[in-house]
Design a protein around this ligand. Structure first.
Ligand code: GDG
Length: 500
């Protein structure tokens, strides 16, 4: 019970690697910079703690192989790893979180299957996280919980430790009551979230949706509503909101609601861009493309990311615009995060089928229209592709934020490049100078990409300048500072670039 800040996040802050029979710990450098940024907070408190899960080494005897003391450039902190058995991982992570919650959060009712959900196991795992956080938190500490797979942690923690301040951040969209209430455990989840002091979402739409869901089942009062900052309201965007609820009351407590879009580590991406090795790689890619244009698409293999719809649009364009054949290439990076799940295997097969069909139908010996990349690309290479691509085509059907589009703009220190962005990505409410597209409309999808390919340089540069300004100011540190401001000034974020 000695940590002033406890971060509860399913991912570990380092990777455990076995080298010559010995376990070594390597820093987990998630490219979007969230892990290092979260760790940077430990530099400003006396002691921090991080709670994550890991695969139990011996499932028959999942003893608590948990607390590791870390003293690194970020600060002094402990990492507690909850060893989960294969059954717990399957039930808590794959079935409850990914098959039941994920489709609902993204508005895909038809993909949702709650019958196999083992709710007692979900509760049990969340309880273990809450207990571990309670064991680490000092009197009055801040406990910062991340994402929907830990939905029940705030409620349990409030019971175990009424003294701590709890903040919860949702990385996904949050649906309104019409969709959220499909979940049979809706009331229990909402009651748990309402045990927080602060609940964070990327954009005002998700905040208002949360309030609609909460008000549908519980006596929740709106205490404060504010006009949305003009920076967050492109006039007619699909995800625009004019006002946002910022405080609600429930059972005598006040809960602050925050719309705070996650940003990317612009300084780090610019550093990668400035590397000689990156410049060399960019040159090679450009040589390979020759006079043609490169369209880049990057995302996890997931139905929410709209990969199939995008390939279908590309096919329609090649069909109707023979002049583009031989001139435009689409590099479609789609990497599976969760290979164990059958629904993702199906999407992978569909992507392969669609890409193969386009290449077979329109390709030639010298020109392959689609390069489908399913193996992870090194982040430094990804940055080189961002830099070389004439257009980034980012078309999710639903996406909490989408960091790829921000990384693309961050990498364009040359001021060129066009971003085509789905109206249904949270980032669309910030990046008003992107070319908007509606992935549910063939006309909009086909029109937007052709418009981007033909855009004159002056317009490209004008739009990119505005997008880059947004991405630079609302970077990952801006987000982190915003989060911590919600607790008052006692815990201030360190700039991790200086700390690392
Ligand atoms: C969730 C929410 C929200 C992708 N392929 C490769 C690779 N990536 C990296 C990208 C980017 C990250 O993965 C993907 O971030 P997104 O934000 O696009 O998407 P999710 O993973 O779904 O994240 C999302 C986010 O949380 C943050 O709150 O924005 O809405 O769904 O950083 O660069 N990285 C490397 N190789 C690849 O092949 N190295």
């Amino acid at each position: 019970m000695s940590s002033n800040l406890v971060i509860v996040y399913h991912r570990q802050p380092y990777e455990e690697v076995e080298v010559d029979g010995k376990i070594e710990y390597r820093e987990n450098k998630s490219p979007n910079g969230i892990v290092p940024t979260l760790k940077s907070f430990f530099g400003r408190v006396d002691k921090g703690a991080w709670i994550a899960w890991k695969h139990a080494k011996d499932p028959a005897n999942p003893e608590f192989e948990r607390v590791i003391e870390i003293d690194d450039a970020y600060g002094t902190y402990t990492v507690s790893r909850l060893p989960l058995t294969p059954e717990q991982v399957k039930s808590f992570y794959h079935v409850s979180s990914k098959e039941a919650f994920w489709p609902i959060l993204h508005g895909f009712k038809e993909r949702y299957n709650y019958d196999p959900v083992d709710w007692p196991t979900f509760r049990e795992v969340n309880w273990a996280f809450a207990e571990a956080a309670a064991a680490e938190a000092a009197e009055g500490a801040v406990v910062w919980v991340h994402d929907y797979n830990l939905w029940l942690v705030p409620g349990y923690l409030r019971t175990l430790r009424p003294d701590v301040k709890i903040s919860f951040f949702h990385h996904t969209p949050f649906p309104n009551a019409d969709i959220f209430n499909v979940l049979p455990w809706r009331k229990e989840i909402l009651e748990s979230l309402l045990a927080c002091d602060v609940i964070g979402f990327h954009i005002p739409r998700y905040v208002n949706n949360f309030v609609s869901s909460a008000r549908s089942l519980l006596e929740v009062d709106t205490l404060k509503r504010e006009k949305v900052h003009p920076d967050m309201v492109p006039e007619t965007s699909a995800l625009s909101e004019q006002s946002v609820v910022t405080e609600i009351g429930y059972e005598g407590r006040t809960v602050r609601l925050q719309a705070s879009p996650v940003g990317v580590d612009v300084d780090y991406i610019e550093e990668v861009v400035a590397n000689e090795a990156t410049a060399k790689r960019v040159k090679e890619i450009k040589q390979e493309i020759g006079d043609g244009q490169l369209i880049l698409s990057v995302g996890r293999t997931d139905y929410t990311k709209g990969g199939i719809e995008q390939l279908q649009s590309f096919e329609r364009i090649l069909e109707t615009r023979p002049d583009l054949r031989g001139k435009v290439r689409l590099m479609h990076v789609s990497v599976a995060a969760n290979s164990e799940m059958t629904s993702y295997e199906e999407i992978q097969r569909d992507l392969e089928h669609q890409a193969g069909m386009i290449n077979g139908r329109y390709g030639s010996f010298d020109w392959q229209p689609v390069a489908l990349i399913s193996r992870p690309v090194k982040f430094t290479d990804l940055v080189a592709y961002y830099r070389a691509a004439d257009v980034a085509w980012i078309t999710p059907l639903a996406d909490g934020m989408n960091l790829v589009c921000k990384e693309y703009c961050a990498a364009r220190t040359d001021g060129d490049g066009v971003l085509v962005l789905s109206e249904f990505a949270g980032a669309a409410v910030e990046l008003a100078s992107a070319v908007p597209t509606n992935p549910f409309s063939h006309k909009s999808m086909d029109g937007a990409i052709q418009f981007a390919l033909e855009m004159p340089e002056e317009e490209r540069r004008g739009r990119m300048k505005k997008n880059r300004e947004k991405v630079r100011t609302q970077d990952i540190r801006f987000w982190a500072e915003d989060q911590m401001r919600a607790f008052g000034e006692e815990i201030l974020p360190a700039r991790h670039a200086e700390n690392a």
